[in-house]
Design a binder for this molecule. Structure first.
Ligand code: TXA
Ligand code: MG
Length: 326
């Protein structure tokens, strides 16, 4: 069973300390409870996926205290400023281009050049953001495939098996919105797009924007992808990827896993020298980018990754990265 913390000062401090130490903390927001981690810490973010038991990496929402804090991480155009000023704090998430100097873990973006940002209105979420003084990555605090929790007791029941990873659940009472945030994509040079309906109605957003929202499916259809969500989470390196490599040539760049990397590659990057799958997940998107830069278009060989635990999500992502481009 997970520890449930009553909302007292000492518990807030304990929760903030846990976050800073790279542990997970479940926190109330006005929409649903979130499973939070320090969004700048790759290892902590990887543990979110471990605790949720997700078979693949979805990009996560990063919670910050206000628009000024959000602007440290992403580029706000005029539309983004208008929506933030109208709906923050509140149940609106904006997907925006990451700044070049963005310090957030690449895992929160699942390797994409964008990041989802939200300013929560719940007073306890705001207090925790102030006390921990870091951006908090938080998907809904349930096991993968289960309902989003709106009570601390739901979280404790849903994540009971993950008690080694989750320091505790801050109890902020029932969530008032009870529905996840509305997610709006604002691509540079592209139309404002409804990526997920949620706690704020489409019409209210369109009124502030002064234009209709594009549909996520239509946008993805144009790009030739079949199912929603695929596009958002697809990171394709420039170099061709060869998976489950048993050998490597001197023309190739190697992404290794474990204590005995194959020898003879032009460049070698190791996802985890100790063979730890959570560490490998934390390093995955950063190493894919670094290997891609080093390879300069020459092939990348990837050693086999075991399929258990986060290995399933890692292999899913590698298969997508290796898939033929259309
Ligand atoms: O109300 C909420 O939004 C809750 C509370 C805890 O804030 N959080 C939540 O997070 O529902 P999650 O991870 O369960 O949902 C995140 C949604 C997903 O639909 C994901 O695909 C989308 O946001 N998303 C996040 N980053 C994205 C990105 N860079 N591009 C496209 N979609 C993104
Ligand atoms: Mg969810």
């Amino acid at each position: 069973m997970l520890q449930i913390w009553e909302p007292a000062e000492n518990h807030l401090k304990e929760a903030a300390r846990a976050l800073k130490a790279g542990r997970l903390v479940a926190l109330p927001t006005e929409t649903v409870y979130g499973l939070g981690a320090d969004a700048t810490n790759d290892g902590a973010v990887a543990r979110i996926f471990e605790a949720k038991g997700r078979p693949h990496f979805n990009p996560l929402i990063v919670h910050v205290k206000d628009r000024v804090a959000a602007e440290e991480h992403a580029l706000f155009d005029a539309r983004a400023k208008k929506l933030a000023d109208a709906f923050w704090p509140g149940a609106l998430t904006l997907v925006l281009p990451r700044r070049n100097d963005c310090k957030l873990s690449l895992l929160v973006s699942a390797g994409l050049p964008t990041v989802a940002l939200r300013v929560p209105a719940h007073p306890l979420a705001q207090k925790l953001l102030a006390e921990a003084d870091c951006p908090i990555a938080a998907p809904s605090a349930n096991r993968s495939g289960k309902l989003s929790p709106t009570l601390a007791s739901h979280v404790a029941a849903s994540l009971a098996d993950a008690s080694a990873l989750v320091a505790g659940v801050l109890d902020g009472g029932p969530c008032t919105v009870g529905l996840e945030s509305t997610v709006i994509g604002l691509p540079e040079g592209g139309p404002a797009t409804l990526l997920r309906p949620g706690g704020i109605a489409r019409a209210d957003i369109e009124k502030v924007l002064g234009e209709k929202l594009a549909e996520a499916e239509a946008a993805e259809g144009k790009a030739g992808r079949s199912s929603p969500g695929q596009l958002a989470s697809h990171y394709a390196p420039n170099a061709p990827l060869r998976l489950n490599a048993q050998d490597v040539t001197e023309a190739e760049t190697l992404i290794a896993f474990g204590p005995t990397p194959l020898e003879g590659a032009a460049h070698t990057f190791n996802l985890s020298e100790s063979g730890d799958l959570t560490e490998a997940a934390a390093n995955l998107f950063r190493l894919l980018q670094e290997a891609d830069e080093a390879a300069k278009g020459a092939p990348i060989a990837v050693m086999p990754i075991p399929g258990e635990g986060l290995g399933e999500a890692i292999n899913d992502r590698l298969r997508r990265a290796a898939a033929p481009r259309g």
